[in-house]
Design a protein around this ligand. Structure first.
Ligand code: SAM
Length: 265
């Protein structure tokens, strides 16, 4: 993991000492750091991508959306940011974190993107999500306060499975989704599910801690994949770069399964 105190990095991402807090709001943790590290690892692509609208679902302390805004800030002017969270305290804490760093986002206290679907359909160029992914009893999902930060129900997939189809509706044709998953969430199955919707995927960061093994996966629309048809595993043969991407991502999965513990970018 990067040294979060180093000047070079902290000038581009949120500084922990400026991140606001509240007892009912999730503090930046290994998963938040891994997501920001994935964005940093992909920063050159993000700068070239020149997104116009970026969104975070489940912003918590605001560490991730603030980091994204700082990362793109100077070099991609005019980007707009939106962040949602079901926890009203998280929305307030994010507001303070953004302000402390001199950046701005529209903040909405809502369930994923409820009430925003029409307005944002097909407009989001970059979506970032560190969802509640911890396997818990179903009845813990959606509880108020800090429990909503991690409670993911069976296999930790309850909220993830709600987010994916919404992300598909909101992402633009060139939209990218960066999502944190845990091994128990069955990330390869998530990738296959997204592939059926026409998305390619790649692991940007894989990190194992004592408690969990995290994958930060990037999804993007691959128009060589035919969504929702029997041939949806067919890749357009006229797009060799896409074929290579797909093969590389498969090789990457296999090598991760074998090695179990590595960092990649
Ligand atoms: C693991 S925390 C991540 C917080 C922050 N993004 C980070 O990486 O540090 C998950 C966040 O998602 C929020 N959340 C949970 N369910 C949600 C939902 N259905 N819609 C929007 N936000 C949700 C929680 O309140 C919490 O702030």
């Amino acid at each position: 993991m990067h040294n979060r105190g180093s000047n070079k990095i902290s000038s581009r991402i949120a500084q922990i000492r400026l991140v606001s807090s509240h007892p009912e709001v999730y503090e930046p943790c290994d998963d938040s750091f891994a997501l920001v590290d994935a964005l940093l690892a992909d920063r050159n692509n993000l700068l070239e991508h020149r997104p116009t609208l970026c969104m975070e679902v489940g912003c918590g302390s605001g560490y991730v959306i603030t980091s994204l805004a700082l990362m793109l800030g100077e070099e991609v002017p005019g980007v707009q940011y939106i962040a949602t969270d079901t926890n009203p305290h998280a929305v307030e804490v994010t507001r303070e974190t953004l302000k402390a760093h001199g950046v701005h986002a529209e903040l909405i206290n809502t369930d994923i993107a409820s009430g925003l679907e029409k307005r944002l359909a097909g407009l989001i160029d970059v979506m970032v999500v560190n969802p509640p992914y911890v396997p818990t009893p179903e009845e813990e999902v959606g509880r108020e306060g800090i429990a909503s930060a991690w409670a993911g129900g069976e296999n930790g997939r309850r909220i993830i499975d709600k987010i994916l189809p919404i992300a598909d509706k909101l992402l633009s044709d060139r939209g990218w989704l960066y999502m944190v998953t845990l091994t128990t969430n069955n990330p390869s199955q998530i990738c296959l599910q997204m592939r059926e919707k026409g998305y390619a995927s790649r692991i940007i960061v894989q990190r194992s801690t004592e408690e969990e093994s995290l994958h930060i996966i990037k999804f993007w629309r691959d128009f060589g994949i035919k969504p929702d048809t029997k041939e949806n595993m067919t890749v357009n043969k006229t797009a060799p770069a896409r074929v290579l991407d797909t093969l590389l991502s498969q090789v990457h999965w296999l090598s991760l399964k074998k090695s179990g513990n590595s960092n990649s970018s």
